[in-house]
Design a protein around this ligand. Structure first.
Ligand SMILES: [Zn+2]
Ligand SMILES: [Zn+2]
Length: 274
């Protein structure tokens, strides 16, 4: 891994993204650029990753794992990923400490990054941005030649630095976790409602809409991520987001917990599910 480099020579000239799982039960996104394939987070089992990739006709050949933060829905299977994939694991030192990895003596190579940094893994250039969450958390932006994909989940409010961060993005994977009214009326205990809806919790549909109202003109595709099973619905999140996006040709999808979504150059008609 180098910290800075020339424009990569990847082919095809776009970042292929597969959302293997998104939601409170586990999060893993696969990002492929050129000959480099990364798994982002380790929230579902190795077996599930291999099974879902296999079902898509992909072998589970991975070049690296990047961890966004220490919460179990993102990192609970990290030790098994290290054993199974035997690839470098990239994360911030604070996340490494929160996961107490020093005491677990994993047979793994760790690469430490800052929460605001540009680095490279193989053909993919990665940029990080710190996000407000109740664990040290980062947004990730992946670039390969002319294409840029951003992954922005697990944030309690929208930091002012997010809009400049998204300026050059073509595909935006954005948290749309809950509807505040459903959260308030739901069965979560009071402390958990406060945590989820707080400034260091998760982004509501309306907060996500605030990002989408100011979407960069470069954005062609938005995927709503990390929907709460209890406090949201796909139709509601989709409706709020669709109303916020001013350009009708921007594709909009909702990520699933158990059904992978492949983002490639499929025509928009196949992507508009609602
Ligand atoms: Zn999460
Ligand atoms: Zn989290």
């Amino acid at each position: 891994m180098t910290l800075e480099g020339d424009a990569s020579l990847c082919d095809p000239p776009f970042v292929r993204t597969v959302i293997l799982s998104s939601g409170s039960q586990g999060n893993v996104t696969l990002v492929e650029g050129g000959s480099t394939r990364l798994l982002i987070d380790a929230g579902i089992s190795v077996r599930a990753v291999r099974g879902r990739m296999g079902a898509l006709g992909m072998d589970a050949d991975i070049d690296g794992v990047v961890i966004t933060h220490s919460h179990s829905d993102h990192a609970q299977h990290l030790a098994r990923y290290a054993a199974a994939f035997k690839v470098p694991i990239t994360l911030t030192r604070r996340t490494y400490e929160e996961l107490e990895l020093a005491s677990k003596s994993l047979d793994a190579e760790f690469h430490f990054i800052e929460s605001s940094q540009l680095f490279r893994v193989g053909d993919i250039e990665v940029v990080t941005l710190p996000l407000p969450h109740d664990a040290p958390q980062i947004a990730l932006k992946f670039r390969c030649r002319g294409d840029t994909v951003a992954l922005v989940t697990d944030l309690g409010h929208v930091p002012s630095a997010l809009h400049p961060f998204l300026r050059d993005v073509r595909t935006l994977l954005l948290e749309s976790n809950h509807d505040p009214a459903l959260l308030a009326a739901g069965s979560y205990p009071h402390w958990l409602k406060r945590r989820v809806g707080g400034t260091f919790g998760h982004l509501s549909n309306e907060q996500a809409a605030g990002v989408l109202r100011k979407l960069s003109p470069t954005v062609e595709r938005v995927v709503l991520m990390h929907l709460s099973e209890s406090n949201n619905s796909e139709a509601l999140a989709y409706r709020v987001a669709r109303a916020a996006i001013k350009r009708p040709h921007v594709e909009l999808m909702v990520a699933q917990q158990n059904s992978p979504i492949v983002l490639d150059d499929r025509p928009p008609a196949q992507l508009a599910l609602f």
